[in-house]
Design a protein around this ligand. Structure first.
Ligand code: KIV
Ligand code: ZN
Length: 529
């Protein structure tokens, strides 16, 4: 076991046992940064709420200098989060740091996270700075951040490809300037567990003031090693793990929070580290992040994939019936998966529906509940069996669309062997209904043409994907649409037993995200077309 002095380095009201590992969630920053995963303001607040309920220690809520939208969402997350420390990212410039300080200042425990590259390749080509200049900027940025807040994290971008002597000088400089957390990221997902562990041991033993800060891991998954590397870093003395729900993040993503938490918990016999996460909320958090980003969770994804606790082969099922320990190293309930799958039907009432939602981890307000219940009844009329997965898809769809300014109201499609196929579509633009009829090369094309005519835009369709939520021909379809405009990629999801309605909803959901990015003025222009 490793020892570390947490005294001045961590938030005053967190448990600082020597083997407490702090969970720093960056779903709203590194996660949101990946192409197609952008979230609206309201969606970010929902994610922040579940992260806080989950018990993460730090929520990195965004990059305030990046845009007015990022600034506003970081500020609002800082205001509303009750337990976690809220952090914003900033480069090493005074302007970035001051903006970040302004955004996090209403947080209970505000933190500024400032970074600069330290590897030869980044310093030479990206920064075009010599190492001495980088050291100067580390000192000035960290001390400027410390003038604003008590908790300052400094990151050595591309830390795992940094020369050791320089990395030690950089870390010592940052701690001298007042950094309370030192993050050594594996920015490009290049390291291996043994190497990363040794890196932390090396830095902690060579840097004279290392005991004044908490060390942090931040791993990308380019080689599929992000979780293994993060745990190895902790074994090397790091006591903060940076991760995201479902592992979303730049390129191949970041280390997945749910995998780290369950690995630490399931192998506590050889990984004696504690954290404050309520694992029962992991499934719910995963579903919410998947719904708001429209990034599906792969079926065989560890912990939160829909097959993670499914036993298909006869031998496995036989073993499970005799004793669940034969093939399960953790219980589905421990991560919030409910046992029952078949539950509700058209005779189920409002009360039963509300109870079911509670069981699935949703607490809806009265209005949202009423709308979701109406949609459930409609679904139960059209579909023989309503599974938990159907309810989750329906409610996620409702939560996402309730904040949308453009909504699908009515759709009629003429399809079949004789083209062209036709779609008549009515959209609601902030309360104003508009209808258009379009033709297309297939019904989906006709629908998308109708949307285009009602809401003209330059976004390009990058992806159209359909999958069935459950089995059977009456299963709900879940459609994902990805659009790109001026380098921004957004995704939208829609669910309905009718694949074409789900397609219209998904396209409109993606369009709403583009509108949210562009700002109100353009939306108003479109609505008046
Ligand atoms: O991957 C990385 O290096 C980062 C830093 C900004 C911490 O995300
Ligand atoms: Zn990163």
């Amino acid at each position: 076991m490793t020892k570390q002095n947490h005294s001045s380095a961590q938030t005053s009201d967190q448990t600082c046992g020597k083997d407490r590992v702090f969970i720093f969630d960056t779903t709203l920053r590194d996660g949101e940064q990946c192409p197609g995963a952008s979230m609206t303001f309201e969606e970010k607040l929902e994610v922040a709420d579940i992260l806080d309920a989950l018990g993460v220690d730090v929520i990195e809520a965004g990059f305030p200098i990046a845009s007015q939208g990022d600034f506003e969402s970081v500020s609002e997350v800082a205001r509303r989060v009750k337990n976690a420390s809220v952090c914003g990212l900033s480069r090493a410039s005074a302007k970035d740091i001051d903006r970040c300080a302004e955004a996090v200042r209403h947080g209970r425990i505000p933190r500024i996270h400032t970074f600069i590259s330290t590897s030869p390749v980044h310093m030479q080509y990206k920064l075009q700075m010599d190492p001495e200049k980088v050291l100067e900027l580390i000192a000035s940025s960290v001390s400027r951040a410390r003038n604003h807040v008590e908790f300052v994290e400094w990151s050595a971008e591309d830390g795992t490809r940094t020369e050791h002597d320089f990395l030690c000088r950089a870390v010592e400089t940052a701690i001298n300037a007042g950094a309370t957390t030192i993050n050594i990221p594996d920015t490009v997902g290049y390291t291996t567990p043994d190497e990363y562990r040794a890196l932390f041991e090396m830095v902690r033993s060579r840097v004279p003031n290392a005991d004044k800060a908490i060390f942090s891991v931040h791993c990308h998954d380019d080689l599929g090693l992000a979780v293994a590397n993060s745990i190895a870093g902790v074994q090397g003395g790091a006591r903060q793990i940076e991760c995201t729900i479902n592992g979303i993040g730049e390129r191949a993503g970041n280390a997945a929070l749910e995998e780290i938490v369950m690995a630490l918990r399931t192998r506590a016999d050889i990984l004696p580290f504690t954290n404050g996460i309520d694992a029962k909320l992991l499934t719910r958090a995963s579903k919410l992040v998947s719904a708001v980003t429209s990034f599906p969770v792969q079926y065989n994804k560890a912990i939160v994939g829909r097959n993670a606790f499914a036993h298909e082969s006869g031998i496995h099922q036989d073993g499970m019936l005799k004793n669940a320990h034969t093939y399960e190293i953790m219980t589905p309930e421990s991560v919030g998966v409910q046992k029952t799958s078949l539950v509700m039907g058209k005779h189920s009432g409002r009360h039963a529906f509300k109870e079911k939602l509670k069981e699935l981890g949703y607490e809806l307000g009265d209005n949202e509940l009423q709308v979701a219940f109406t949609r459930f009844k409609d679904l139960a009329d059209r579909k023989k069996i309503v599974y938990d997965e159907d309810i989750v898809a329906l409610v996620d769809d409702e939560i996402v669309s309730s904040h949308e300014r453009i909504k699908v109201v009515e759709l009629t499609v003429v399809a079949g062997t004789k083209g062209p196929q036709k779609a008549a579509l009515t959209l609601d633009f902030d309360g104003e209904l508009k209808t258009h009829q379009a033709t297309g090369n297939g019904p989906v094309d006709a629908i998308f043409n109708a949307i285009h005519a009602l809401a003209p835009h330059d976004a390009k369709l990058e992806l159209y994907q359909v999958h069935a939520v459950t089995e059977g021909t009456d299963a709900q379809a879940e459609v994902t649409v990805r659009l790109s405009e001026e380098g921004n990629v957004v995704s939208g999801k829609g669910a309905d037993p009718d694949t074409l309605v789900a397609s219209a909803r998904a396209y409109v959901a993606a369009l709403n995200k583009i509108m949210a990015r562009r700002g109100r003025e353009r939306l108003e222009a479109i609505a008046t077309v």
